[in-house]
Write a protein that binds this ligand. Structure first.
Ligand code: MN
Ligand code: MN
Length: 318
């Protein structure tokens, strides 16, 4: 197949050894802005909203490092994202690590700018707090969005230690601010211990579909995703993927691990099951490399971000 030279390709392993070359996502070109791009990878090295182990500020750098192994074609789905979309790495959002509230504004403005170029952002987190400013920017452009949210936690706490904006509260704030279309939200993988036995009932009251991890055990999630696509329909959808949705056996490099989680295979089923949705953005959050001596968590994250790229609108159907 002939390639359009205006569409950047990842730097290949036969042109530069995989352990060399630029430290961008998939060794794509680095761009100063999202102008002219259909989709971009963008890092948010933010972890000052974390309640337990810190370190997700190093997530973007480590995900980019592990992404050097990724090749441009999806052998399972035959997706060829770089042949149909113009994609680059626009670097990191320069958050103010000494000031959470200021950082939220910085992130919002950065995403307003990206979305102003009609570019779909694929975010390398960062802790889950960053979903709130991203959703604010998305809702300004698209109105309230549907969401596929993979996580061990519902992230709908009223507050944490009295604070309204943390990595455990983004979707409570998003509902209050009218950023989410409740009946078009699915939360998958929820589990573990809670503050109250009815913690997962609050999202159900907002119309969310809550799928606890127990309902996913020992089974394919392809049928679930068929239902999710049906429910979410044709409107705009955000995909928010907390790596702690995956079992710590596969993804131990995270701040708040919970046992009994999803498998990497189920993660692929969820993301591939988003094909056909009108995805307007996606994130992969909560990778904290310091607790991951093998690099597997960041490697998984890099692969999942590539899978997200493969299901964006405009990527050629297999
Ligand atoms: Mn989360
Ligand atoms: Mn979580």
């Amino acid at each position: 197949m002939t390639r359009d030279p205006s569409r950047p390709q990842p730097l290949g392993g036969n042109d530069m050894p995989r352990f060399g070359g630029p430290a961008t996502m998939m060794r794509l070109p680095a761009r100063e802005s999202a102008a002219g791009l259909d989709a971009c990878f963008v890092g948010v090295p933010f972890d000052i909203g974390t309640s337990n182990r810190p370190g997700a500020r190093y997530g973007p750098r480590e995900i980019r490092s592990e992404s050097a192994l990724l090749r441009p074609y999806n052998m399972a789905t035959r997706a060829a994202p770089f042949d149909s979309l113009i994609v680059a790495d626009v670097g990191d959002v320069p958050i103010n690590t000494f000031n959470l509230a200021d950082s939220i504004g910085i992130i919002e403005r950065a995403y307003d700018e990206i979305l102003g170029h009609d570019c779909v952002p694929l975010t390398l987190g960062g802790d889950h707090t960053i979903a709130l400013p991203i959703l604010r920017a998305l809702a300004r452009k698209h109105g309230p969005v549907g969401m596929v949210h993979v996580d061990a936690h519902a992230d709908i706490n009223e507050s944490m230690f009295g604070e309204p904006i943390t990595h455990g509260t983004p979707f409570r704030r998003a509902v209050e601010e009218g950023l989410l279309d409740g009946p078009r939200v699915a939360q998958i993988g929820l589990r573990g211990t809670g503050y109250h036995a009815d913690d997962f009932d609050w999202p159900r009251k907002q119309g969310f579909r809550v799928v606890p991890a127990e309902e996913c055990w020992h089974r394919s999630l392809v049928p679930l995703m068929d239902e999710v696509r049906e429910t979410l329909g044709t409107g705009p959808v955000y995909l928010s993927f907390d790596i702690d949705g995956i079992d710590p056996a596969f993804a131990g490099g995270t701040g708040t691990p919970e046992i009994g989680g999803l498998t990497t295979i189920q993660a692929l089923e969820i993301i591939r099951g988003c094909h056909g949705l009108d995805l307007v953005g996606a994130d992969l959050v909560e990778v904290a490399p310091a607790y991951d001596t093998s690099g597997n968590t960041a490697l998984l994250a890099a692969n999942l971000l590539f899978e997200m790229l493969c299901v964006l609108p405009g990527v050629a159907e297999p």
